[in-house]
Design a protein around this ligand. Structure first.
Ligand code: MN
Length: 738
């Protein structure tokens, strides 16, 4: 690439800004980089009509505002090249070849994924944030460039067509501004918010601008007088400190007004800021302020002793002047001031190559580590959910019983606190004491609360916890636990079903047979098969029938074949004895699934022999079946015979219910043929097909199920067959148990 002659005026602007404000930057390299960017963007223009390269130059200037003389050559070059991969024919590889690995990886971090990979704009948005934030967690300069880029795009948004502008402004308001805030970069955050407000609420914005201007003229003289008084007092006690007026921020005023406060009552509209030399001086200055004016109770906050989780430090107080006007005063040192305005950028040092300092991350409440952690565990929706929650939080400060201060999102509950202490604590939580009193887990923590978590080794995360936990951190951990446990439950249940069935049917499959089975059922491994069995997606019958195709289980034999075909004595094999009828096909009605011990009746069906029903089965009632078809039957089964019964179980959704059910049934020594559960809202409906020898055993099973916590009902399936004709479909197998 050659150059040096494209856009000389933009080049000069850039070079003089660098020379003036960041003398350490390698100017030759930056000049060459500008030429490369200018040539790459060629004749591209911005929507404003400006040459495209004016945009990366402005991004550099915003970064200079942010970092001043800590701006470095790598960051400058990456900012100049930040759009070449996305918008020109230059590839990531080209950037690396000409400008080195570090610049290339920064550019890669801010380059969007190709939109072609995605089904929807939402999916693309989620994936792009995921990528950008992961890059950010490795190198903070990615987010510096991205925020500077967004800020310049917002400054020039008037040229963008309205509907696209709204979309950009919304994303700015909902994600970029909160992200800047989370990282303590207040000056960028304020400007992003005000610019998006201007796009999203143009009328309100103009009104506000007019009203604030009017108010300002009214208050200017008054404030000047307060500032003067304060300066005098500070000087008289020998404190060197600056006293300044504070800039207005439309967006926060707009929000306060929207929550119902008239403009006149927003007394921090024009505040005062005192900037002292040392931390100690801040407290002395506070004394001076409170000496001069009376402080308003409950409006004092010490963010120096307890910094906010975006690194912000200051003393805040609101005072009442002699005229009865309220004024908010913020007191901080110059260092605190710089951190308050630029956040993590104030702590950025080149020698760490953009990696966030461990101590800073800790002061940020582990935000950067958290972001990297979410990458693995979440799908797109969850990711955006996490991001929004993590970004839109105000905070509450509470204590551990050992008086350690912990910081949580506003609205957090003891459960969030428990997971903040440690996942192992969270997982075992059963209750909490706040300031010595037992509180419900949903209790909303308040500033200054002392929180003690009550744990029990038996406790387990519960679905309901997702409604109680408010922080992204706790919710993420709970979701993960529930998912793991549900899977483990299903796997255990599936394994038990298959092992019992193999044993019962005396099947011992070879490895090759098992491999073929897994392949046919499209399971990657045995555990997947167990899980799908346990979840009811595959029935045990599908598995077992492969190993004994011509030897159906007793239940099948009884319902399908003529007695002789079963190869066992007729009387015994039938399980029932029939009055005066010999040698007929017997089947057990699927509608009511009789078991030995149930009062039963036989119905002669045309071509299907005799169906055995329970006497209370509605399908046998007089209007459905003519008297001549009824025959009386008596049970005559052997203890080893088993009969399938479908049980319908309803209850409240909770984790491990499925596993508990399986365990309870297995404990009675009864085989489970299939199991499945469906959750809806907060209820579940489970269907278990069990194989029992007789009614007392079935009653025992049902009693065991009823005893389980959360189970509200357990019933035998009882179905009315549709056509009320003389030919009941009893015995016409509907096959749905398989
Ligand atoms: Mn850009």
């Amino acid at each position: 690439m050659t150059g040096g002659n494209l856009h000389p005026e933009l080049r000069a602007t850039l070079m003089s800004a660098i020379a003036e404000r960041a003398p350490k930057v390698d100017r030759d390299r930056v000049a060459a980089c500008f030429d490369y960017a200018a040539t790459s963007h060629g004749t591209q223009t911005r929507e404003s009509g400006m040459p495209y390269v004016s945009h990366p130059v402005e991004v550099c200037r915003i970064l200079l505002d942010l970092l001043e003389n800590r701006m470095d050559t790598t960051l400058t070059c990456a900012a100049l090249l930040h759009d070449v991969v996305e918008d020109t024919s230059v590839s990531a590889h080209d950037v690396e070849k000409h400008w080195g690995k570090e610049v290339a990886s920064l550019v890669e971090g801010v380059t969007k994924l190709s939109a072609m990979h995605f089904d929807s704009r939402e999916a693309a948005q989620a994936e792009n944030f995921r990528k950008m934030l992961l890059s950010m967690s490795r190198d903070l300069r990615v987010i510096f460039i991205k925020l500077a880029d967004r800020l310049h795009n917002m400054r020039t948004i008037d040229h963008v067509r309205p509907e696209k502008a709204r979309r950009i402004a919304e994303e700015t308001r909902d994600i970029y501004a909160p992200l800047a805030h989370r990282l303590g970069m207040a000056s960028i955050k304020r400007e992003l918010e005000d610019l998006s407000l201007k796009v999203l609420e143009p009328v309100a914005y103009q009104d506000l601008a007019r009203n604030i201007q009017a108010k300002r003229e009214e208050r200017d003289a008054f404030l000047a007088q307060v500032i003067e008084q304060l300066r005098e007092s500070l000087k008289s006690v020998g404190l060197k400190a600056e006293v300044l007026g504070r800039p207005k921020h439309f967006f926060s005023i707009f929000n306060k007004m929207r929550s119902g406060r008239p403009l006149g009552e927003i007394y921090d509209l024009f505040g005062i800021r005192v900037i002292a030399q040392t931390r100690n001086d801040c407290y002395r200055a506070l004394g001076v302020v409170h000496d001069l004016f009376s402080p308003v109770a409950e409006r004092f906050k010490d963010y120096i002793a307890t910094p906010k989780s975006n690194l912000y430090q200051s003393l805040h107080t609101t005072v009442l002047t002699e005229e009865g006007e309220m004024v908010e005063v913020q007191i901080r040192t110059w260092d605190m001031h710089r951190t308050a305005e630029t956040g993590v950028a104030a702590h950025y040092v080149y020698k760490q190559g953009g990696r966030v300092d461990e101590e800073i991350d800790q002061r940020l409440g582990g935000f950067v580590t958290q972001i990297a952690g979410w990458q693995r565990e979440t799908d797109d929706d969850e990711y955006m959910d996490f991001l929004r929650t993590a970004l839109h939080q105000e905070e509450v400060f509470v204590y551990t019983p050992r008086r350690e201060l912990k910081r949580l999102a506003k609205g957090a509950t003891p459960l969030d606190f428990a997971f903040l202490i440690h996942s192992a604590v969270g997982r075992k939580t059963v209750g909490a004491r706040v300031n010595g009193e037992l509180v419900p887990l949903r209790y909303e923590l308040r500033n200054g609360d002392t929180v003690e978590i009550v744990t029990s080794p038996q406790a387990k995360p519960h679905e309901d916890w997702l409604k109680i936990a408010r922080t992204a951190h706790a919710r993420g951990k709970i979701r993960h636990e529930l998912r793991q446990r549900r899977l483990a439950d299903s796997v255990a249940l599936g394994r038990e079903m298959i092992e019992r069935e193999f044993k019962r049917s005396r099947v011992r499959p070879t490895d090759a047979q098992m491999a073929a089975l897994l392949k046919d059922l499209e399971c990657d491994d045995l555990e997947t098969l167990h899980a799908r069995l346990g979840e009811g997606q595959i029935s045990i019958h599908q598995v077992i029938k492969r190993f004994q195709p011509e030897k159906p289980g007793l239940a099948e034999r009884l319902t399908k074949g003529p007695l002789e075909a079963l190869g066992i004595g007729r009387k015994a094999a039938g399980g029932v004895r029939m009055q005066g009828i010999d040698n007929v096909m017997v089947n057990y009605a699927r509608c009511c699934q009789p078991v030995p011990g149930d009062p039963v009746i036989g119905i002669v069906t045309i071509g299907r022999g005799v169906s055995v029903h329970r006497q209370d089965c509605p399908n046998t009632f007089g209007d459905r079946v003519p008297a001549e078809r009824r025959v009386s039957v008596e049970w005559d089964s052997r203890p080893t015979d088993t009969f399938p019964v479908r049980l319908v179980i309803t209850g409240q959704d909770r984790s491990s219910l499925l596993a508990d059910l399986a365990k309870a049934i297995a404990a009675t020594g009864v085989n489970i043929r299939t199991a499945g559960m469906q959750a809806e809202h907060r209820m579940v409906r489970g269907v278990f097909v069990v194989e029992v020898p007789h009614l007392p055993k079935l009653q025992e099973v049902m009693a065991a199920i009823r005893k389980l916590p959360g189970v509200t009902r357990v019933e035998r399936r009882q179905r009315l067959l549709r056509p009320p004709t003389g030919r009941p479909r009893a015995g016409a197998q509907d096959g749905d148990d398989d």
